[in-house]
Ligand binder design. Structure first.
Ligand SMILES: Cc1cc2nc3c(=O)[nH]c(=O)nc-3n(C[C@H](O)[C@H](O)[C@H](O)COP(=O)(O)OP(=O)(O)OC[C@H]3O[C@@H](n4cnc5c(N)ncnc54)[C@H](O)[C@@H]3O)c2cc1C
Length: 426
């Protein structure tokens, strides 16, 4: 390990976990029966559980690792409206009304998460200061500036273009050719949000069981109180409802979903604390940044404005945080040359899941609910679709979404191992 690149207290763990109470429930035992078993303890699973537990359903959330060990404590904390395909593309597949409804759900999710955090008094540094979307070529600037007009006209989404000449008001870098500001996007502290959510589930009598791998699920013919038996590393539990909230970590437990999801690693570093003036010069506004590169770089100041958090994908094949750290550092210095001698305090990775139609999916298969496939930007959508899935389980009238049971494409011979990724990302 190069001494000059890393701080003495360097950790291959998310910066977000520093000082955040983790719900260590390693010793928790699995009951024999529940109304609802949620598999996966990230934002999706916890929001489902919060709905069902508060409705009085005996709810058990299991995770194969620590509670929240997946993306929900590893992300960049940029909260967007999350819908990747544009209105034209969606209209081609689903017709205009459905396309509009899907795009509206992105805005619904963003508005809803803000209301949820405020109403529940969650202390997670949530700030709605917008996002700067930076163009890495002049052609990309033209494209995104044009799309901005369409977004405003068709979707009513607030956005404005910033030319290369004016860019320094948004970003202390000459690496881009202008960009677009989405003033309604937001940012939060990933692990504070997750930890508060887990506590709320617990307070609502939801049981969190960590280090409990779901190995198989059997659906019984009779539809009584125990429609499902879930065999886990901590024993078997019977349940009336099952929610699959495994996103990028979806495995052989649910082959039907595994065939539809493309797991992709994303990598982040945090710098050592920097002088306030430096952070202010790099990030003159409080907006996080992402760019138009095919393999996107996303970065921001930490919520306390002491560090730079810089993320992206820097390897064709999956790698580890010690390999990704110097490469991310190099990219960060390409954008901010003055950070050349800045050391790295944390480097980490997590696995997101993409889908073949670049859309998140939610619905029911084999009687089990699911919500996943957020294509790399799922803080708001995983929270929102997880919440809606919970409402569906308790048969709440508001549970429906525009995403429900849309066709969920796979590819012939695809079994969940994306052999095509290195070529696709080049
Ligand atoms: C590095 C990185 C940066 C990101 N940045 C952003 C960002 O800035 N903005 C944004 O909106 N999104 C971002 N994301 C994506 C976002 O974090 C995810 O979309 C969101 O957290 C998904 O939540 P989830 O609950 O569906 O999945 P996760 O939080 O990944 O939870 C899934 C859980 O399922 C568990 N599990 C899987 N299989 C089993 C099993 N058989 N038995 C028991 N448990 C199981 C896993 O252990 C895991 O804990 C980022 C992701 C990463 C990795």
């Amino acid at each position: 390990m190069s001494k000059t690149l890393y701080t003495d207290d360097y950790k291959s763990e998310p910066y977000w976990l520093e000082g955040v109470t983790s719900l260590d429930v390693q010793d928790s035992t699995l009951p024999e029966k529940a109304d609802v078993v949620v598999i996966g303890s990230g934002y999706t699973g916890l929001h489902t559980a919060l709905q069902t537990a508060r409705a009085g359903r005996k709810t058990v959330v299991i995770d194969k690792g620590n509670i929240g060990c997946g993306c929900s404590t590893r992300n960049g904390g940029q909260v967007s409206s999350s819908i990747k395909p544009d209105i034209e593309e969606l209209t081609k597949f689903f017709g205009q009304d459905c396309a509009k409804a899907i795009r509206r759900e992105g805005e619904n999710a963003l508005n809803w998460i803000e209301t949820f955090i405020k109403d529940e008094a969650i202390d997670c540094d949530f700030e709605r200061n917008g996002l700067y979307y930076a163009a890495h070529t002049p052609r990309h600037y033209e494209l995104i500036a044009r799309d901005t007009e369409i977004l405003q006209r068709e979707d009513g989404i607030e956005a404005f273009a910033v030319s290369e000449q004016d860019q320094r008001t948004e970003l202390g870098s000459n690496a881009y050719f202008g960009g677009v500001v989405f003033p309604n996007h937001a940012a939060l502290h990933a692990a504070k949000y997750h930890s508060a959510l887990a506590k709320k589930v617990s307070d609502a009598a939801g049981l969190l069981v960590s280090h409990c791998n779901a190995n198989s699920i059997v659906r019984h013919a009779s539809s009584g109180d125990s429609q499902f038996s879930i065999k886990t590393s901590k024993g078997t539990i019977k349940a009336r409802n099952v929610m699959i909230a495994t996103n990028g970590y979806t495995g052989e437990l649910t082959p039907w979903l595994q065939r539809r999801l493309i797991p992709i690693g994303s990598y982040v570093i945090a710098t050592e604390p920097l002088a306030k003036e430096k952070i202010d010069s790099l990030f003159p506004t409080a907006r996080p940044v992402c760019d138009t590169c095919k393999v996107v770089y996303y970065y921001r100041a930490s919520p306390d404005r002491t560090r730079v958090l810089f993320g992206g994908r820097v390897s064709a094949n999956e790698t580890n945080p010690m390999v990704s750290a110097p490469r991310l550092h190099q990219q960060m210095c390409r954008i901010f040359p003055e950070l050349e001698h800045t050391r790295i305090s944390n480097s980490w990775t997590g696995t997101v899941s993409y889908t073949f139609d670049s859309m998140a999916h939610t619905g029911i298969f084999n009687g089990m609910h699911y919500a996943l496939g957020y294509c790399g930007s799922g803080i708001s959508l995983s929270s929102y679709l997880g919440m809606r899935a919970g409402q569906k389980i308790i048969e709440h009238a508001d549970g429906a979404t525009a995403f429900d049971n849309l066709p969920f494409p796979s590819r012939p011979l695809y079994r969940g191992k994306p052999w095509f990724l290195p070529a696709a990302l080049n």
